[in-house]
Design a protein around this ligand. Structure first.
Ligand code: UT7
Length: 332
């Protein structure tokens, strides 16, 4: 029996309309456009506004576009995995709400939380269900409404994050394309440096947790930066070596968009030219689980069948890893 590969057969994204510029942030906290651009590469980010608007709203839009583009009957979708750290609710899973919202009534759905590495963890997980022969159509979503957990009085975090969602369709193929290799890592010792302390079972919501502002994302930026630079570069290099890829073989590096300086360090280590690095941090900031599918969506028209992509991410947990993906289709 020939090996089944898991190919990405479509990608779509959604970002909300509201543009939060660096200049607007400078009216909220002591910062300025020059500092933000030079330290992070971010010029603006999108924010989902409106009462009762959760992450699922963006994910449903991304998935509806994906179903249309891939001409998929929603009832044929077997599995929906939603990577997010900002689910609509603690439960039910956002993936359940997305499946219901997009008419995928036959799918089995679950959320997966690995912060900024959520999408790559979910992509590997989804690929396994295809490679095993168990499922034929798997949708993997990365979606976060970071504005719901960002403290807009904290200049060290509020400048970084934005809202957005992206989704890919995975389908089986006997061709040598799709998810070829993955390496993932986690280290719980990193928990103290990047987290949202309250609202879970350890520190349930109380007046005290609210007063202490513990329902917002906290990050020790310098420490996270150091680990992100080392680990993203190490794992991108590791997956290249393991698959005997040289920088010439790589069509694009697809890096999690946390900070342009982290991305630059990763591409330097890989020996990959800037022209081969997917970037959209200047427009969307760090959308956590959303960055990688949003990049694939932005660059879809430039990708050709057989292109070698190295995806790399690092995030809270700590979590990190890299995927070697061979693009499966030409621009339509
Ligand atoms: O995606 C998941 C993982 N997350 C990341 O990978 C993020 C990793 N960390 C970072 O991207 C960076 O550490 C930050 C962007 C968060 C901060 O950049 P930095 O170059 O590490 O700045 P810093 O924290 O070392 O601060 C340098 C200075 C400080 O002032 P002093 O102490 O030198 O007087 C800060 O108070 O910049 C100050 N500062 C700011 N100034 C203007 C910090 N934030 C701001 C700001 N505007 N927004």
């Amino acid at each position: 029996m020939s090996k089944i590969n898991a190919a990405i057969t479509g990608v779509h994204g959604y970002v909300p309309d509201y543009v939060l510029t660096n200049d607007e942030l400078a009216t909220l906290v002591d910062t300025n456009d020059e500092w933000i651009v030079s330290r992070t590469g971010i010029k603006e980010r999108r924010i989902l506004k409106g009462e009762g608007q959760g992450t699922s709203v963006m994910a449903i839009e991304a998935v509806k576009g994906l179903l249309q583009k891939t001409e998929t009957d929603p009832l044929d979708v077997d599995l929906v995995i939603c990577a997010t750290v900002t689910p609509d609710h603690v439960f039910p899973a956002t993936a359940n709400l997305v499946a219901a919202g997009a008419g995928m009534d036959n799918a089995f759905n679950f959320d997966l939380g690995a912060a900024c590495s959520g999408f790559i963890y979910a992509l590997t997980t989804g690929a396994m269900y295809i490679q095993s022969g168990m499922y034929k159509k798997v949708i993997v979503i990365g979606a976060d409404k970071m504005s719901s957990i960002v403290d807009y009085t904290d200049r060290t975090t509020c400048i970084i994050f934005g809202d957005g969602a992206g989704a890919v369709m995975l389908e089986p193929t006997s061709e040598e394309v799709g998810v070829i290799d993955s390496i993932h890592k986690s280290d719980g010792k990193g928990a103290e440096f990047l987290n949202m302390k309250a609202g879970g079972s350890k520190y349930p919501t109380s007046e005290a947790t609210i007063q202490k502002r513990e329902h917002f994302a906290y990050q020790d930026g310098k420490t996270v930066f150091k680990f992100a630079v080392t680990n993203m570069a190490d794992y991108a290099e590791k997956i290249m070596k393991r698959n005997k890829l040289t920088s010439d073989d790589i069509a694009y590096l697809v890096p999690h968009q946390a900070n342009k300086r982290i991305v630059d360090a990763t591409s330097r280590r890989m020996g990959v030219d800037d022209s081969k690095v997917m970037m959209n941090i200047e427009r969307y900031g760090n959308t956590t689980s959303g960055t990688i599918p949003l990049l694939l969506w932005d660059y879809e028209k430039q990708l050709k069948k057989g292109d070698n992509l190295v995806i790399a991410a690092f995030g809270g947990g700590f979590t990190w890893g890299a995927i070697y993906l061979k693009w499966a289709y030409n621009p339509k």
